[in-house]
Design a protein around this ligand. Structure first.
Ligand SMILES: Nc1ncnc2c1ncn2[C@@H]1O[C@H](COP(=O)(O)OP(=O)(O)O)[C@@H](O)[C@H]1O
Ligand SMILES: [Mg+2]
Length: 437
């Protein structure tokens, strides 16, 4: 792997969410305030914390780090016991809710089992041991798609007391024993990416159905995450009124944080002092501005660029690195533009330019701003842009003004391309870096 030759243990540009551990906590830059807010909300369970923010902006990382810092506080001071659940959950539109509940509770049980040693410092772990014995017994082959599969075709009923209902009862009892009161901790669980449900009405309906059996279960501290305004649609549900906190909105961080993000990754993953990268802070920061602080995109583009550079002669000086990076980025931007070109009729382009010149977020109800006479007249243009992934959207039937359409990172790259050709027509020698509006 070329990163090893460059002096890294692994890629510093991994795009996975920061994990709920010491490394994740260390790599999280510029979000202490949001983490603290989220921690206070988690401590306020059973009321549910909600996080809103565009895909790639850092929601899951903030949840993981908040859960980890709560856990760490326990290990250091023996305050209330909070444990980050081993994985986050997602709802899709054809989810079987009963299977979903089982899947969550199994994961919660495995989380408790994995942390048994820590739990037993302050709590009685015998009921967790009993769960472990059953859940991880050799007879129980696996838990797949919500079905209890037992080796040799025997049903779970042959394990007395531990059929589906029995399992649920047991794990819920264990949770209630460990966390007898709200404020006494719990397993921090997350339903992530609610925007995948597309419609806020769908998300609302599913969460309403999960409310009593899962979201209010004692000993579970829930965080819901979503993008494109979907969480606002969810919190407007009368049946969830009083159960959910107002969404914490994660916005892009200021460009001034970009260098620290790069540096902390270099430091965390370097295998020797002074590792090599073909990208400097200034290019990383410029890229950060171009895609409006979408960290996942910044990391993935940086990684792609490194991959390409690794195949050729490595740029050495600051100037070489900068030229090489922008040559690569401009080519990427041009091919993003070329791919979208078919739909970019003059009117569609006008819509796109209007959207990018404002905040990049808008709603079908903004048709007048875009000089259309109705939402119906506006919609086909949004659809075209969506087809070539320059914008993404969700649907919200509760509030037509809610901003549910957003320029994607690819859209910002096309915007950057358009700005650079416009600029080169005016002043060919000027650099084409686009600053945020
Ligand atoms: N505050 C931060 N500091 C450093 N890296 C971050 C920060 N927030 C997110 N990241 C990184 O950005 C990427 C996207 O973050 P993630 O939490 O998965 O976003 P989201 O859940 O909003 O889609 C991940 O690779 C993550 O490691
Ligand atoms: Mg996420």
């Amino acid at each position: 792997m070329f990163y090893q030759d460059w002096g890294f243990e692994r890629s510093p540009f991994q795009q996975t969410s920061l994990p709920a551990d010491e490394v994740g906590s260390r790599l999280l830059v510029g979000r202490d305030q949001q983490v603290d807010t989220l921690i206070r909300r988690i401590e306020d369970a059973p009321k549910i914390a909600v996080l809103e923010g565009l895909n790639g902006i850092g929601k899951t990382s903030v949840v993981n780090v908040a859960a980890f810092r709560l856990y760490k506080r326990f290990t250091e001071s023996k305050g209330p016991l909070y444990i980050p659940c081993r994985k986050a959950f997602q709802l899709d539109s054809d989810v079987d809710l009963q299977q979903f509940i089982d899947a969550v509770l199994v994961e919660v049980a495995q989380t408790l089992i994995a942390k048994l040693e820590i739990i037993e410092l302050t709590h009685d772990g015998s009921s967790i041991r009993a769960l472990d014995k059953w859940l991880n017994s050799p007879e129980l082959k696996s838990f797949q798609g919500g079905l209890w599969l037992v080796q040799g075709g025997m049903t779970v009923n042959s394990n007395p007391g531990f059929e589906r209902a029995g399992f649920r009862e047991s794990i819920l009892r264990v949770l209630a024993e460990l966390f007898p009161d709200s404020g006494m901790g719990g397993v921090v669980c997350c339903i992530d990416n609610l925007e995948l449900l597309q419609e806020s009405s769908k998300a609302r309906m599913l969460l309403e159905q999960l409310r009593d059996q899962l979201l209010q279960a004692q000993g579970l501290c829930w965080v819901l995450c979503g993008a494109l305004g979907i969480t606002y649609g969810v919190v407007s549900s009368p049946r969830l009124d009083g159960y959910l906190h107002r969404p914490i909105e994660l916005k892009e961080m200021d460009k001034s944080f970009a260098p620290a993000i790069l540096d902390s990754r270099i430091e965390a993953f370097a295998s020797r002092p002074g590792p090599y990268l073909p990208i400097n802070q200034s290019e990383f920061s410029d890229l950060y501005s171009i895609v409006r602080g979408n960290l996942r995109t910044v990391l993935s583009y940086s990684g792609n660029y490194c991959q390409v550079v690794a195949d050729g002669v490595l740029p050495v000086t600051v100037k070489e690195k900068r030229e090489r990076f922008f040559a690569w980025l401009n080519a990427e931007a041009q091919s993003a533009y070329d791919a979208a070109r078919t739909v970019l009729t003059p009117r569609t382009l006008e819509v796109f330019n209007k959207a990018t010149s404002e905040s990049g977020t808008f709603s079908p109800g903004d048709y007048e701003t875009f000089a259309f006479s109705s939402t119906q007249a506006f919609r086909p243009y949004i659809k075209s842009l969506e087809d070539v992934q320059l914008v993404v959207s969700t649907q919200d039937d509760t509030d037509k003004r809610r901003k549910t359409i957003q320029i994607t990172p690819k859209g910002w790259l096309v915007d950057y391309y358009l700005a650079s050709i416009a600029e080169s027509q005016v002043q060919p020698s000027e650099s084409a870096d686009s600053d945020r509006p």
